[in-house]
Design a protein. Sequence first.
Length: 414
Amino acid sequence: MRLPLAFSMGAVGIAGIAYIRGMDAALASTAQVVYETGFAYTLSVIPLFILMGNFVARAGLAHELFAAAYAFIGHKRGGLAHATVAACAGFGAICGSSIATAATMSKVAYPSMKKLGYSDSLSTGVMAAGGTLGIMIPPSTIMVIYGIITETNIGQLFAAGVIPGLLTAGLMMCGIVWMTSRDPSHAPAGERTSWPNRWKALRGIWGVALLVVVVLGGIYGGFFTATEGAGFGAAGAFLFALARGRLTVKSTFEVLVESARTTAMLFTLLIAASIFANFVNFTTMPGDLKEWITHLGLSPVMIIVAMMLIYIVLGTVMEELTMVLLTIPLFFPIVQSLGFDPVWFGVLIVMIVQIGLISPPVGMNLFVINSLLPNVGLGNIFKGCWPFVAIMCCVLAILISFPQISLWLPSLMK
């Protein structure tokens, strides 16, 4: 019906509760959700991390990250592609948004790759796939939303995403090596950077390193909560952008307006998702679904595999945040009843979202890059993303097979 997601979920939730419990109960439940969401202290982490990411982007730190990575590995065949993945991982550690990471890197990395003669399919595939690292390597808005919906510790979710994020980046680089060795025309080798220039480029990323150490080190070290860490990060990013002369009164206002707009969108979605989840919980659907799955006779791990296959299919035809918000109220009770760690399942959900972001025909990162690089053509972008979809599916299989990859760092925080 072309209704926005928030309105459609909210309408179904209110109508469903009204049908089961009456209109007074539906309105009272909705009012309570709106009030509790608006006044929840833990939810302030969302606008703060969004603000931090917008100040970081305004400060131009992505250019320094890419330049530093290129200085060390740009001379190898496919070096610019490797540098793009490394820069995406670094930018993701201070941004938290996949779309923002992909959009920023398309402006920073693509001109250099085009100048050196990289194929459009490899260039756009690397930028789209590398951009997804922004939601696995903390801070991550998807992890925050998952943590809020499922009442899972956000700090532990952040810790759980570090090793899988680095593993994904590493396997992407292995994939680039394979693609460029199989077809060298994809990516010619660049010029070697002298060591003095390498150290000079490395000095340019001290601001990124400082933000990461302060925010993530403080959260993991137990010095402050995720919300307080987001506050430190937003203040640090503001001061850094101010010190670099990138902020004027007009640009600061633009950053604040953009952050407020994104925050309002996410809060509206969260409120609607909570109303919808309340309706689902009032019904017998979660219990019936759990009972049906139990009677299938599958092992618990195979049930998780089946869920992941459903998510992969949904990710090709549905926007990723929509998919998560609609399915978590159904799947999460089953995961809990099977005795799986909610932190581990949260990492699997983020990996599924990563796959969906670059899965044709509705992968958001693909359309973001297409809108910024209209001359490349959507067909080339689709062609370039498929190898990285396969790589991420391999990472998903590894994470399912070896949960400790995700759970080792969070276990150190308990």
